[in-house]
Design a binder for this molecule. Structure first.
Ligand SMILES: [Zn+2]
Length: 164
């Protein structure tokens, strides 16, 4: 993804209050490997149930504030992140809810989605099986995963922004 600045990120949130945006801690942007990301996601060390996700929709960055449900899934079962579709142990996937943008959100409407607990789908989709003649080419596998993740993140944030 294209790099984002501090002020672009703060201005991008469509479903957070002014106070929430002011209190939001940012990750170390100089350490972010922008080239190997489809969205920027991070948790809030000071508010453990909070999460943040920002991606580019064309030329516009769109930020979504998330709240993790507590407690999360039952341990021992496997779960799948809706965004990257990686099956994982249940402790690594969390039900997040995103308040809807605008009045719908102020009235308490939200959208719930299972997402990787650390909001690091971009890392997990880059863990590839070794090349094997009987398996699809890892480069193609990654290309497909990137396309899928990009599309599903966009459709998730579009749902959050849908006012009707
Ligand atoms: Zn994921």
């Amino acid at each position: 993804m294209k790099p984002l600045t501090d002020s672009e990120i703060r201005a991008s949130f469509v479903n957070a209050t002014k106070g929430e945006i002011e209190r939001m801690p940012l990750p170390g942007l100089h350490e972010v490997m922008w080239d190997s990301r489809e969205y920027l996601g991070w948790r809030d060390a000071g508010a453990p149930l909070r999460g943040y996700l920002v991606h580019w929709s064309g030329d516009r960055p769109i930020g979504i504030i998330l709240r993790a449900s507590d407690p999360s899934l039952r341990p021992g079962i496997s779960a799948m992140c809706i965004l990257c579709r990686t099956p994982q142990p249940s402790g690594q996937v969390t039900l997040f809810s995103a308040p809807k943008a605008g009045e719908a959100g102020r009235n308490g409407n939200s959208i719930g989605t299972y997402i990787c607990d650390d909001l690091a789908c971009s890392m997990i989709i880059r863990i590839l099986p070794a090349a094997h003649p009987m398996q699809p080419d890892p480069a193609e596998v990654l290309e497909k995963r990137i396309a899928g993740l990009t599309e599903r993140v966009a459709s998730f944030t579009a749902d959050v922004m849908k006012t009707a």
